[in-house]
Design a protein around this ligand. Structure first.
Ligand code: GUN
Length: 283
């Protein structure tokens, strides 16, 4: 039997409806500022989606495009200027950054109250201490997707594959806070298939196309595929492939497609975070 597909757009729409309601109640305009360095094709595409969605909601949106050769000091100066600007509600620096820039230094420089990516150590600490402020968009979006489709979280045995600061780690904290029992597996986990095949809830965020095959999945499991890998196809074009192999569709009970699964939730959650930042509730 084929898995139920958990399509992202309807779940994202319900999150965006919440954003619109909050925007109406806001006493001052909200704005999102995104800094992008260089022309990495994936970053260009993601930033365009964020900018378009923000504008569609009537948010003020600005994209600051800097050359790949921008020095760390120049980048930090721009971050500081935006930190101090009272018109700026939310601010993020698109990843990945070129190797001469230290990501942690840039993330620490962003005002935690404007940190709509939820990656500043202040916000990371709040999340892990059970007092969340602004939280990372993809994991928060995944929880919204699960809630939208009525999938249980509390009491679930969840296995996350991938320990990134942007998805795997914050998702572990969020699932724990919702009373799931969490295993955080990664590229050095021995016998990964034994761990994944014990998971009624499996979330994969590794950046390795097709890593999770049908034999690694518990029959009937809910599988959330966070991977968006740009893979060259035989016709010379680039197509998007998840971290979950297409065969998994025949084993899983429910599965997010790629594209059109988690991605729209990330963007919608960023809009919510921008409004939360504008409300000043998370500082
Ligand atoms: N690159 C890929 N996803 C993200 C994200 O959620 N935030 C940032 N800043 N960069 C990314």
């Amino acid at each position: 039997m084929s898995a139920r597909l958990l399509h992202g757009p309807p779940a994202a729409d319900s999150l965006l409806a919440q954003v619109r309601q909050r925007l109406q109640r806001l006493s001052r305009p909200a704005s999102l500022h995104v800094i992008r360095l260089g022309d990495d094709p994936a970053s260009v595409s993601y930033v365009r989606l964020k900018d378009r969605q923000a504008r569609a909601l009537g948010l003020h949106s600005e994209v600051h495009v800097l050359p790949e050769t921008t020095s760390q000091q120049e980048l930090l100066q721009l971050v500081e200027r935006l930190n101090l600007d009272p018109q700026v509600s939310g601010l993020l620096v698109q990843l990945p950054l070129p190797p001469h820039i230290q990501v942690s230094t840039v993330q620490r420089a962003i005002d935690p109250a404007k940190d709509v990516d939820g990656l500043h150590p202040h916000n990371v600490g709040r999340l892990w201490s059970g007092d969340p402020g602004l939280t990372p968009c993809t994991p928060a979006g995944i929880l919204h997707l699960m809630d939208h489709y009525g999938l249980p979280v509390a009491g679930q045995r969840a296995v996350i594959v991938g320990r990134s600061t942007i998805v795997g780690r914050p998702l572990a904290a969020m699932l724990l806070a919702r009373d799931a029992t969490v295993t955080l597996a990664h590229s050095r986990t021995p016998d990964l298939h034994e761990v994944t095949s014990q998971a009624p809830l499996l979330i994969v965020a590794t950046g390795v196309p097709g890593l999770i095959t049908a034999g690694m999945v518990q029959p009937g499991a809910t599988v959330i595929d966070v991977g968006v890998n740009r893979v060259p196809s035989t016709d010379g074009k680039v197509h998007l492939q998840g971290d979950v192999h297409p065969d998994v569709r025949e084993v899983a009970g429910a599965l997010t497609p790629v594209p059109g699964g988690v991605g729209p939730l990330t963007v919608a959650q960023l809009m919510l975070n921008t409004v939360l930042a504008a409300e000043g509730l998370q500082a």
